[in-house]
Design a protein. Structure first.
Length: 241
C-alpha cells in the first residue's frame, strides 16, 4: 500500500515528519533509484526500494521491547506531574510509540523494568496464572536471619492479612545484611511487606531478573537497551539463571 514518503521515513528512521520532509528536500531519499524531494510522494515500502542516505529503509518491528535499568526517584508510569517517568528516560524516537511499563517498581526501587507496546505479552507476563518469577537484590537494616528462608517458603501472611505464594530467599555469604528474593507474584510493596512481617526493614531494593531474563550487568542505572526476539521469549519462562 502506498503511503506518503515523509510518513514512511518518519516510521522507519525514527525521525519526525518535519525532519523526514527536510531529508527529502535535501536529496537524501531515493525511490527505485530516483531521488525524490517531495515528502508528499506516494511510495510502497513492500514493492519499491527506498534508500535514505544510500541505505535501505526497512519497516520497524511490529512491537518494541526495552530493558531499562530504572533509577531511584523515577516512577513506573506513562505520565506523572511530579516526578520523572520511565518513559522520560528514553530517546525521543521511542516516545512516538504507544510504550508503557509492563509492571511496576516502587519509586525508590532500582532495576529491571520492561517497557513495550506489546499489550498481549505484558498481560501474559503479569497474569497471576503465569507465576513468572522476579528476582530482587535486597539490603536490610538488620542482618538476615536463617529462619527467614523457611518463613518465605511457607507462603507467609503479610500486612492486611494477605497470603503470599511461596518465595525463595538466598543468603549472601559476604554480607549478612544482603540477600536475594525470588517472587512468583506481584503484590503491592511485597518485598518490603514480607521483611516487615519478620521484623526487619528494606533499605535498598533492586530487581535483577524477570522470568529467565537477567538485567544486563553492564547496563548503567538509567540506561536502556532494545531486546532481541530470543531474549523476549525468556521473559515468560520460569527458568532461573
Amino acid at each position: 500500500m502506498k503511503t506518503r514518503l515523509d510518513k514512511l521515513i518518519s516510521q522507519c528512521a525514527g525521525v519526525s515528519r518535519t525532519q523526514a520532509a527536510a531529508l527529502c528536500r535535501a536529496g537524501k531519499v531515493s525511490v527505485d533509484g530516483a531521488v525524490i524531494k517531495s515528502g508528499a510522494f506516494q511510495a510502497d515500502l513492500q514493492e519499491q526500494e527506498l534508500l535514505l542516505n544510500g541505505k535501505p529503509l526497512t519497516a520497524p518491528p511490529e512491537f518494541l521491547y526495552i530493558m531499562l535499568n530504572k533509577p531511584q526517584g523515577v516512577v513506573c508510569s506513562t505520565q506523572d506531574g511530579l516526578s520523572p517517568t520511565v518513559l522520560s528516560l528514553l530517546p525521543d524516537e521511542y516516545r512516538r510509540r504507544e510504550l508503557f511499563p509492563a509492571g511496576r517498581l516502587d519509586k525508590d526501587t532500582e532495576g529491571f523494568v520492561l517497557i513495550t507496546d506489546d499489550g498481549a505479552l505484558a498481560h501474559k507476563m503479569l497474569s497471576p496464572k503465569s507465576h513468572v518469577p522476579k528476582e530482587y537484590e535486597v539490603l536490610l537494616k538488620e542482618p538476615v536471619r536463617e529462619e527467614y528462608a523457611a518463613v518465605f517458603a511457607s507462603g507467609m501472611e503479610i500486612s492486611g492479612g494477605e497470603r503470599c505464594l511461596p518465595a525463595e530467599l538466598f543468603f549472601n555469604k559476604d554480607n549478612p545484611f544482603a540477600c536475594r528474593v525470588v517472587l512468583h507474584e506481584g503484590k503491592y510493596h511485597q518485598v518490603k511487606r514480607m521483611f516487615a512481617a519478620v521484623g526487619n526493614s528494606v533499605v535498598f531494593l533492586k530487581r535483577i531478573r524477570i522470568g529467565g531474563l537477567c538485567l544486563e550487568p553492564n547496563l548503567a542505572v538509567g540506561a536502556h537497551l532494545v531486546l532481541l526476539h530470543k531474549d523476549v521469549e525468556k521473559l515468560l519462562t520460569r527458568k532461573g539463571f
